[in-house]
Design a protein around this ligand. Structure first.
Ligand SMILES: N[C@@H](CCC(=O)N[C@@H](CS)C(=O)NCC(=O)O)C(=O)O
Length: 207
């Protein structure tokens, strides 16, 4: 069984979306990130070294696979369950571009978002993520042709990028960008994304 350690309204929602895009059964285990007792779930502790969601445990294919961090989980799932067709084949020439976009969220978008939130500007040349404006420009350029980041074919990177654009929109830091707005609309219109967001809302504990 594939078990997703999840908490509503967090980065774990993007893995819910990815799992909905795949044709594999999975279960969701609620980890309330504000509750130390909930976070002490031994399976969660074993899967998530930093005690963060999302994390994943997979006992489906023999042995137990434990993986944390949304990009690492997405890379794992898309490669391991290749029949879902969410990643280019290992020997495909588009693999390099795919890997670049798969790590763009944790490596570039999220640090740049933090820079924006805190108002701290670090030298563009020495920060691994450039800066917020460059991050947006590069993303827009990557999505200019579309409809997806790898062209005609939707892939796991679109889940990471689409959810990041969604977060930027929700946090009010998405600059005016017809390209990114249209991309977000396409992502939100996907049945799997809508299903994940609905499930996220439905499983959000009251209060
Ligand atoms: N780089 C990680 C970040 C995960 C992360 O920071 N998750 C937050 C929720 S969005 C969390 O679990 N916070 C609880 C804590 O750090 O105790 C990823 O993309 O999965």
């Amino acid at each position: 069984m594939i078990t997703l350690f999840w908490c509503p309204q967090t980065r774990a929602s993007r893995i819910l979306w990815l799992l909905e895009e795949m044709n594999e059964p999975f279960e969701v285990r609620l980890i309330d990130i504000r509750d130390p007792e909930s976070k002490s779930d031994p399976d969660f502790v074993a899967a998530s070294p930093m005690g963060k969601v999302p994390a994943l445990m997979d006992t489906k294919l023999g042995g137990t696979v434990r993986v944390a961090d949304s990009a690492a989980i997405a890379l794992y799932l898309a490669d391991r369950y290749h029949s879902a067709d969410l990643a280019p084949a290992m020997d495909s020439s588009s693999r390099g571009q795919y890997l670049y976009w798969m790590t763009y969220t944790p490596g570039v978008i999220e640090p740049a978002m933090m820079e924006k939130f805190t108002g701290q500007e670090i030298s563009r040349a020495s920060s691994g993520w450039g800066n917020f404006d460059t991050m947006i420009e590069v993303l827009e350029k990557g999505l200019q042709k579309g409809p997806w980041v790898m062209g005609e074919k939707f892939c796991a990177a679109d889940v990471l990028l689409g959810s990041s654009v969604h977060f930027m929109k929700m946090f009010g830091i998405l600059p005016e960008s017809p390209v990114l707005e249209a991309y977000l609309e396409r992502c939100l219109a996907r049945p799997a994304c809508a299903k994940a967001l609905a499930r996220d809302a439905e499983l959000t504990p009251a209060g």
